[in-house]
Design a protein around this ligand. Structure first.
Ligand SMILES: NC(=O)c1ccc[n+]([C@@H]2O[C@H](COP(=O)([O-])OP(=O)(O)OC[C@H]3O[C@@H](n4cnc5c(N)ncnc54)[C@H](O)[C@@H]3O)[C@@H](O)[C@H]2O)c1
Length: 446
C-alpha cells in the first residue's frame, strides 16, 4: 500500500493510515455524538479520517476500535475503519489540522446561563485551528457542523480563524457551514441518508470540495449562504419542537373529550396537500378569513372549558395580531402619511372580508394617524362587511375604483395580495413610490 500525505509533517503518526490518494484527508474535531458518527461514516466510505478530541478517553477508545458513545451500528463502523487503517484519533489539534485537507468542527455548543448559545468551546478550537493553518502551505477547508445562531460563523468564527492564521477566508482557506441533521439512535442512517445536505459556503472552491464529499451520498445538496445554513438548523429544531408540542396539546385535548388522538393525527398528517407540505409555510402576512381565527379561538375556548392547558395553540391569535403590528411598524417607519393598500379582502381572489388581516392593518394604520386608502375590485357592498355602519362608511370613504388615481395619490403602496391586480399596480409606479410586499412573489425561492 502506497503512503502519500497531502501535507507531510509526521510520517510516524501516519504509518497506519491507508490513504486514498485521490481523496482529501479529513480531520474531525470533537468526537462526541456528531463527531464520532461523522468520523465513522466518512472513514467507512473510504476517506482517511483523523479524529481529534481533548478527551483522551474518547481518543483511546477510537484507537482501540471501540465507539466512544452508544449508537446503534457505530461500534462495527469504527472497528472496521480502524482495522482498515482509515481512521485513528489524536488529542492534538495541530496534528489533526496539519495532516488533513478538510477539518470538520463537531464541537459542543451548549446553552449558556440565560439560554444563549455558549460558543466558548468552538471559539477556542477555532483559535487553535487558525494557529495551525498559519503553518499550512496548501489550501484547507474548515467545515462547521456545530449548531450556532446565524451570523456566528461570519462575525465570530471567521475573524478568529483569520486572526490566528494570518490568512483570509475564501482565499487562504475555505469555510463551509454544514448543519448536521442526524438524530441520536438513528444517527448512522440519518448521516448516510439525510433529507437534504445543506452547504453554506464562503466561495466556489469550497462549494466544489464539499460537493465532492457529499456527492458520495444520494441526497440532494442545497448550496446556500453560510447564515442561511446556520439558521436552517436552528429553525429545523424549532419546527420539530413545534410539531411535538402541537401534537401533544391536541392529544391532551382529545384525551379530555375521549376522542382518539391517534386517529385525529393520522388523518391530519395524511393530508399532504395542506397539512404536511410547504403550503401555509411561505413568509408572508397574517392569517385571517372566516375559519382560521374563528376555529383557533373556538379550540382555545374548548380547552379552557375542559380545563386543559394548550398554551401554544392558545397563543396563535395573539401571535397573528403581533404580526399585523409588525407590518404597521414597518409601514410607519417609511414616514410618509399617505398609504395605499392593494387588496383588502382576507386573501387574493376572494370577495370575503370576514376577519381580513388587511382590514385590521388599515384600521391600525388609521389609528396611528396615517391617511389610508385601498384598491380592491373584489370589495363590494355584499362583501361580508358585517352590520356595523361605521365599517361600511370606512370602506366607502377609502376605496378607490381607479388604479391610476389610487397610485397617483399614494407614495407608499402596500401589496397585500400577490395577484394580477398587484402586478398591474407595479407597472404604474414611479421611482418616487415606496413598495411593501406582504406576500412572497411567485418567483421567490420559497
Ligand atoms: N447530538 C446530536 O444529535 C446533534 C445533532 C445535530 C447537531 N448537533 C450539534 O453538534 C454539536 C456537537 O454536538 P454533540 O452532541 O456531538 O456534542 P458532544 O458534547 O457529544 O461532543 C462534543 C465534543 O467536543 C469535544 N471538545 C470540546 N472542546 C474541545 C476542544 N477544545 N478541543 C477538542 N475537543 C473538544 C468534547 O470533548 C466532546 O467530545 C453541537 O453544536 C450540537 O448542537 C448535535
Amino acid at each position: 500500500m502506497t503512503l502519500q500525505l497531502h501535507n507531510i509533517i509526521d510520517l510516524q503518526n501516519y504509518s497506519s493510515l491507508a490513504l486514498n490518494l485521490d481523496s482529501p484527508v479529513i480531520s474531525v474535531l470533537g468526537l462526541g455524538y456528531v463527531g464520532a458518527v461523522t468520523s465513522a461514516c466518512l472513514s467507512n466510505i473510504g476517506y482517511s479520517v483523523i479524529g481529534m478530541d481533548k478527551d483522551k478517553v474518547k481518543v483511546d477508545s477510537i484507537n482501540k476500535g471501540i465507539s466512544p458513545i452508544f449508537e446503534m451500528g457505530l461500534p462495527s463502523l469504527i472497528r472496521e475503519s480502524v482495522e482498515h487503517n482509515n481512521l485513528y484519533a489524536v488529542d492534538d489539534i495541530d496534528h489533526a489540522v496539519l495532516h488533513s485537507d478538510i477539518t470538520f468542527l463537531c464541537i459542543c455548543t451548549p446553552s449558556g446561563e440565560h439560554g444563549e448559545c455558549d460558543l466558548s468551546h468552538l471559539i477556542n478550537v477555532c483559535e487553535s485551528v487558525g494557529k495551525a493553518l498559519k503553518y499550512k502551505n496548501s489550501h484547507h477547508t474548515v467545515v462547521i457542523k456545530s449548531t450556532v445562531p446565524p451570523l456566528t460563523t461570519q462575525n465570530e468564527l471567521i475573524p478568529v480563524l483569520e486572526k490566528y492564521s494570518n490568512k483570509k477566508a475564501g482565499e487562504g482557506f475555505g469555510v463551509c457551514f454544514n448543519p448536521e441533521f442526524l438524530r441520536e439512535s438513528t444517527a448512522i442512517e440519518d448521516f448516510n441518508n439525510p433529507a437534504v445536505t445543506v452547504l453554506g459556503v464562503s466561495d466556489k472552491l469550497t462549494e466544489s470540495i464539499m460537493s465532492d464529499i457529499f456527492n458520495n451520498f444520494e441526497t440532494k445538496i442545497e448550496v446556500t449562504s453560510i447564515e442561511v445554513a446556520e439558521f436552517v438548523k436552528y429553525v429545523n429544531n424549532c419546527w420539530h419542537a413545534t410539531k411535538v408540542t402541537f401534537t401533544n396539546e391536541i392529544s391532551r385535548l382529545c384525551g379530555a373529550m375521549e376522542v382518539d388522538a391517534c386517529s385525529v393525527m393520522k388523518i391530519l398528517t395524511a393530508d399532504h396537500k395542506l397539512n404536511t407540505s410547504a403550503y401555509y409555510m411561505k413568509p408572508g402576512f397574517a392569517f385571517g378569513g372566516s375559519c382560521l381565527p374563528k376555529d383557533t379561538r373556538g379550540i382555545k375556548h374548548l380547552a379552557q372549558k375542559m380545563g386543559v392547558s394548550i398554551p401554544m395553540i392558545a397563543e396563535l391569535n395573539n401571535s397573528n395580531s403581533d404580526h399585523i403590528d409588525f407590518v404597521v411598524e414597518r409601514i410607519l417607519k417609511v414616514g410618509l402619511k399617505e398609504v395605499g393598500l392593494v387588496g383588502l379582502t382576507f386573501k387574493a381572489l376572494t370577495d370575503d372580508m370576514r376577519e381580513s388581516p388587511n382590514l385590521v392593518l388599515m384600521q391600525r394604520l388609521i389609528k396611528a394617524g396615517v391617511d389610508v386608502s385601498f384598491y380592491d375590485p373584489l370589495v363590494h357592498a355584499t362583501s361580508h362587511l358585517g352590520t356595523e355602519e361605521s365599517l361600511r362608511e370606512l370602506i366607502q370613504k377609502t376605496q378607490y375604483t381607479d388604479l391610476g388615481k389610487f397610485v397617483a395619490k399614494n407614495k407608499v403602496i402596500v401589496l397585500s395580495h400577490n395577484d394580477d391586480t398587484a402586478k398591474h399596480a407595479l407597472t404604474l409606479l414611479s421611482d418616487e413610490h415606496f413598495v411593501i410586499e406582504l406576500d412572497c412573489k411567485e418567483d421567490d425561492q420559497c
